[in-house]
Design a protein around this ligand. Structure first.
Ligand code: ATP
Ligand code: MG
Length: 542
């Protein structure tokens, strides 16, 4: 990350004062309860590039302290996604590996008189907690003696009590203006199997208690998280202070990424998958890293996007057009152009010799001449794009209409003479004529034409399936009612023959249509299915 930000300013100062002895150590701590999304990418880029900038280290740590929603499938997908984005961790760790240590820390707090076992129900705890304007009330169990607390906590661990029967709470201050400091629950009972520790534990630490300990054990210096944890920071600091941790890590909050036309809560994305409203976590419409990858986004484009949006303390919503701009910019000089026609209209060049074909030369990428040229078959029968013909042209329409002459890209000047219709009045083909003197590259310097159209030769063209995506959400949509279920359109297009060699995951520009990728899952053998990555026109304004 070349640019600096407020987090780097904090680190610069810490380096000056030698707060952490010159060390910078960050971590990316996902909860393995879903696939990562583009919001997580912001956090990944920030943590890993910050470590890199300061020659520090960054861990990948699974924050797996909640047994109910976590799954090995998610663990694997997260690792894969972080790697794909181009980052490498110092260590890959599980918070659940620290359960013993966290338990010991809790016992330590109990012994210090800083934690107690409470028998109030969840509802009662909530009621006792008070509100923003009213202080809370102390639990009747708050003054239990140390030895009773130790015994009860031990029994909780041994499985003597049912879920919800008892909790361990920090003893802080029921009248604190910060509700998080009103004797927060730090351990709860959950008789459920954990993906990593199995049935070893039936008590699990709460996030606010566990997270600072995880950071501290790993020697993290700067614990970067999103803004909603700002009010939890006093509890983060309290925990490490009461545990007498030397040079505890510091939590720093930044604004999470919000994107237009996108929902980024894992819970909601999971519901879309579970309810089969999308075709899995990697549906190309999903804002997940897996979805973006299958859609055809590159890691470079996503990293560029994360750098451009920057890091701030104020929540805002970024236009999804910026993300699209980044992938266009990245692919512009990277991928070859191909002729593919949509809504094909047949063109017959009536003065071109029957049963004859020739090869014409076209460039692979106008923006990258070093990508060279390729040969395309040209003949008497061709297909052009449906939108390149208008029987009655509108103003400023320079493509095909009866009486008009255009250039067929890389080939000849061609005049449209007649639109042929069948008995039902449907357009069946266009009868055209070509001027042999106008071959591209022949140095022809006669009349000018205003329009250029692309084409494929009819006998050698191959049909390909093309999937065009719209946004899954209306602009600032948050829920089901704003879900755009009409967001996938599949059509068959005719492609130049070279696309028969397209490999799953290979990207192209479909000339004048946009950027496309051969779908990883659906492309096999001669069956070619392309996802539209992004169209060519940018709606995004700087
Ligand atoms: P969600 O609300 O989507 O479930 P989460 O915050 O619960 O997300 P975690 O797995 O806990 O998901 O997140 C791992 C890290 O990614 C955290 O540090 C979190 O702050 C960060 N993160 C999550 N969503 C975003 C976002 N939209 N923008 C930036 N960072 C994010
Ligand atoms: Mg979370």
């Amino acid at each position: 990350m070349s640019e600096t930000n407020f987090i780097h300013n904090i680190i610069d100062k810490d380096l000056q004062t030698q707060k952490y002895g010159g060390r910078v150590y960050t971590r990316f701590p996902p909860e393995p309860n879903g696939y990562l999304h583009i919001g997580h990418a912001k956090s990944i880029c920030l943590n890993f590039t910050t470590a890199k900038k300061y020659s520090g280290k960054c861990n990948l740590r699974y924050d797996d302290t909640n047994p109910v929603k976590e799954d090995v499938e998610y663990v694997d997908s997260i690792e894969n996604d972080v790697k794909w984005l181009g980052f490498d961790w110092e260590k890959r760790l599980f918070a659940s590996d620290y359960f013993d240590r966290m338990y010991e820390c809790a016992v330590h707090l109990v012994k210090k008189g800083k934690a107690f076992v409470c028998d109030l129900t969840a509802d009662e705890i909530k009621e006792y907690r008070g509100t923003l304007t009213q202080p809370g009330r102390e639990s009747p169990y708050r003054d239990r003696g140390v030895s009773e607390n130790l015994q009860l906590f031990e029994e909780m661990k041994a499985g003597k009590y049912a879920d919800g029967e008892k909790v361990l709470r920090a003893k802080i201050d029921m009248s604190s203006p910060n509700i998080n400091m009103r004797d927060p629950v730090i351990y709860r009972i959950a008789h459920s199997s954990h993906h990593n520790t199995g049935d070893k534990w039936c008590i699990y630490p709460m996030y606010d208690y566990a997270h600072p300990i995880e950071d501290a054990i790993e020697g993290i210096t700067h614990s970067i998280c999103t803004l909603e944890f700002e009010d939890h920071r006093p509890l983060y600091d309290w925990t490490l202070q009461e545990l007498d941790w030397p040079t505890p890590p510091q939590q720093i909050e930044f604004a999470r990424l919000n994107l237009t036309n996108t929902v980024m809560s894992k819970r909601y994305l999971k519901a879309l998958v579970d309810d089969k409203k999308v075709d899995g976590w990697d549906d190309p419409r999903m804002p997940t890293i897996a979805g973006l990858r299958r859609r055809g986004y590159t890691p470079e484009a996503i990293r560029d996007f994360c750098e451009r949006i920057g890091v701030s303390k104020a929540n805002s919503t970024v236009d999804v057009g910026l993300l699209e701009h980044c992938v266009r910019e990245d692919l512009k000089t990277k991928v070859p152009s191909k002729n593919v026609v949509f809504d094909p209209i047949k063109v017959v060049i009536t003065n071109y010799p029957d049963n004859e074909t020739e090869e014409v030369e076209v460039e692979n990428n106008k923006e990258a001449p070093e990508m060279g040229n390729r040969m395309l078959p040209f003949g008497r029968e061709l297909y052009i794009d449906g939108e390149d013909f208008m029987e009655i042209p509108e103003k400023k329409y320079f493509r095909m209409f009866p009486g008009n002459e255009v250039r067929f890209k890389g080939a000849y000047f061609i005049t449209c003479n007649e639109a042929v219709r069948n008995a039902d009045g449907q357009l069946t083909e266009l009868h055209c004529s070509y001027d042999p003197a106008t071959k591209s590259g022949s140095g022809f310097d006669g009349r000018k034409v205003k329009g250029t159209v692309h084409w494929v030769e009819a006998r050698t063209a191959i049909p390909v399936k093309v999937r065009i995506y719209d946004y899954l959400m209306v602009e600032n949509g948050q829920g089901d009612s704003e879900l755009n279920l009409d967001s996938l359109k599949e059509t068959v297009a005719y492609a130049e023959p070279s696309l028969k060699d397209a490999k799953p995951g290979e990207r192209f520009q479909f000339f004048r249509h946009g950027y496309y990728i051969a779908d990883e899952k659906l492309t096999a053998g001669s069956e070619k299915v392309f996802n539209q990555i992004v169209d060519l026109k940018s709606s995004w304004k700087k």
